[in-house]
Design a protein around this ligand. Structure first.
Ligand SMILES: Cc1cc2nc3c(=O)[nH]c(=O)nc-3n(C[C@H](O)[C@H](O)[C@H](O)COP(=O)(O)OP(=O)(O)OC[C@H]3O[C@@H](n4cnc5c(N)ncnc54)[C@H](O)[C@@H]3O)c2cc1C
Length: 484
């Protein structure tokens, strides 16, 4: 007797309550990925009248990649809103982007994205997403960034609900492992699903499958063995399979493979998916030393929202990719606590022992720092006048003596958020081929093309702007191409 396979075990199976998706039909738009960029693309394509299939590698519970971990999005706006405390002009957004990237951005495309971001602020609400007032803490974003009510997961749930209601077909645990592309024209995708390999064809492709940050072997190609010590803050599913296939099959690359968004996170965080609660925002309140108990960078160079994203790379350059943020009792309550408690001791020497650092060396570093601290008025909301003198590297702001027990430390490692190597796109989110011609029917959105806008550096909330703006456009353009 043969047993009829349970619905969720068969290719194309969705949830137990709904019909399996027929993967043999030819869809207008195939969206690969299941995060913000993919959902924006799928919804926008469906609203334009196209039949749409989403293939998401992760199981339903883990759907949505790195988007699950997000909290906010940066959009230009001309006046204050219910939750944004004031205007944020296109020009100011552009200047911020220019500053953080050091000019390593495609100006035309970036300015275009910023202009479009204004509309996205309302458009995303029309898709069911709700805002809440800015969260407090050390990233002061109340004027520039809109926070998702309930966080990234609630935001995603709203988008999935809208997509389902509109009739977008969604298949989970469906990893695309190969793409058939001929002369810049997408033909079909080979999908691994429920133990079978299925070819899915579509008139157009939207690649929204993230960067390659979870692919340690690929990271090692550019970072060497140091990448073994990196922690990946988000989904283990963003292995760059689609990015690699596209680049191997003639799509023009953009960006430097070593550039990424990387922050300092608690060294005790899990290898993947630790999310936002493992990030440490207390660098400006103390000093940071490496394994040799030596300071290596100005901890008070600028306000934290403009500097937090450099500390991943800084720690990556230290011996064994580890560092320690040290502070004293004065600072314990000044920042948002993370998941793990700090290491605590009554003296600096005892703290060194607990951290496995040389006690003489750490004591010497702290004493030299304390001796260099100048009198000033501490204010962590502005670039204050508390600084060191005659110390290398200096601490330019918020320098206070570390002298009040108990003493605390957090061990930190590089936490990779997402990589910047991507596919070159134009204003229609259409991929550009190596010969400079636009691809016939292939579009990209989100992390997979972030390098067009972010050559390096980062300003909080831009990841979601890139995904929403280009996702919306990619879906609309893919639908237009498929239907006409
Ligand atoms: C901890 C953390 C906090 C963050 N906070 C913010 C924030 O507050 N604001 C902000 O703007 N940005 C933030 N970011 C960055 C932000 O998450 C990304 O920029 C954004 O989510 C990217 O969206 P995406 O759709 O391109 O990628 P993702 O959301 O990562 O989605 C990629 C999807 O592709 C799927 N996939 C991958 N390979 C395949 C394949 N071969 N076949 C099928 N599916 C595949 C994955 O399963 C995943 O669902 C944060 C990131 C992290 C890790």
């Amino acid at each position: 007797m043969t047993t009829r396979p349970r619905r969720r075990d068969r290719p194309g199976a969705r949830q137990a309550t709904s019909q399996p998706v027929d993967l043999t039909q030819r869809f207008d738009v195939l969206v690969v990925g299941g995060g913000n960029a993919a959902l924006c693309a799928a919804i926008s394509a469906r609203r334009a009248g196209a039949s749409v299939l989403i293939l998401e590698a992760a199981p339903k519970f883990y759907r949505g990649g790195n988007t699950r971990h997000t909290r906010n999005m940066r959009c230009a706006h001309d006046s204050a809103t219910e939750i944004l405390t004031g205007p944020y002009s296109e020009e100011e957004f552009w200047e911020d982007l220019l500053r953080v990237t050091g000019g390593d951005t495609d100006e035309q495309l970036a300015r275009f994205m910023i202009r479009e971001s204004k509309e996205v602020l309302d458009w995303i609400v029309e898709q069911g997403v709700r805002w809440q007032p800015s969260l407090g803490g050390t990233l002061s974003l109340g004027r520039t960034n809109s926070f998702f009510l309930g966080g990234g997961r609630a935001m995603l749930n709203a988008l999935y609900q809208t997509a389902e209601r509109l009739g977008v077909e969604i298949v989970y645990e469906a990893e695309v492992r190969d793409l058939t592309i001929e002369d810049g024209t997408f033909k079909s995708a080979r999908v691994s699903h429920a133990g079978a390999s299925v070819d899915v064809s579509a008139k157009t492709l939207v690649a929204a499958a993230g960067g390659f940050e979870a692919n340690i072997e690929w990271l090692k190609e550019h970072w060497g063995e140091a990448a073994e010590n990196f922690l990946i803050r988000g989904t283990p599913y963003n292995r760059g399979t689609i990015l690699k296939l596209l680049l191997d099959k003639g799509v023009k690359p953009v960006g430097d493979p070593t550039q990424c968004h990387a922050v300092a996170i608690d060294a005790r965080a899990p290898r993947f998916d630790g999310g936002i609660i493992t990030r440490l925002d207390c660098v400006v309140f103390g000093i940071v030393v490496n394994k040799n108990a030596e300071r290596f960078y100005d901890e008070g160079e600028d306000i934290w929202p403009k500097r937090y994203a450099i500390w991943g790379r800084l720690v990556a350059a230290q011996p064994e990719q580890i560092a320690y943020i040290l502070f004293d009792a004065k600072s314990l309550k000044l920042f948002m606590p993370s998941l793990y408690p700090p290491v605590q001791a009554d003296t600096v020497r005892e703290l060194a022992d607990k951290l496995g650092l040389d006690a003489d060396a750490l004591d010497g570093t702290v004493s030299a720092f304390n001796a260099a601290v100048q009198p000033g008025t501490f204010d962590d909301t502005v670039l204050d006048d508390c600084r060191t003198e005659g110390l290398t590297p200096p601490k330019s702001h918020w320098a206070r003596r570390i002298d009040q027990a108990p003493f605390y430390a957090y061990p930190v490692r590089p936490g990779i958020t997402f990589t910047y190597l991507g596919t070159r796109v134009d204003r229609q989110a259409r991929m550009v081929m190596q010969n400079g011609a636009p691809a016939e029917n292939m579009f990209a959105a989100g992390e997979i093309m972030a390098g067009n806008v972010l050559g390096r550096g980062y300003a909080a909330g831009i990841g979601m702007t890139i995904g929403s703006v280009f996702g919306r456009i990619a879906g609309r353009e893919a639908a237009a191409r498929a239907i006409n």
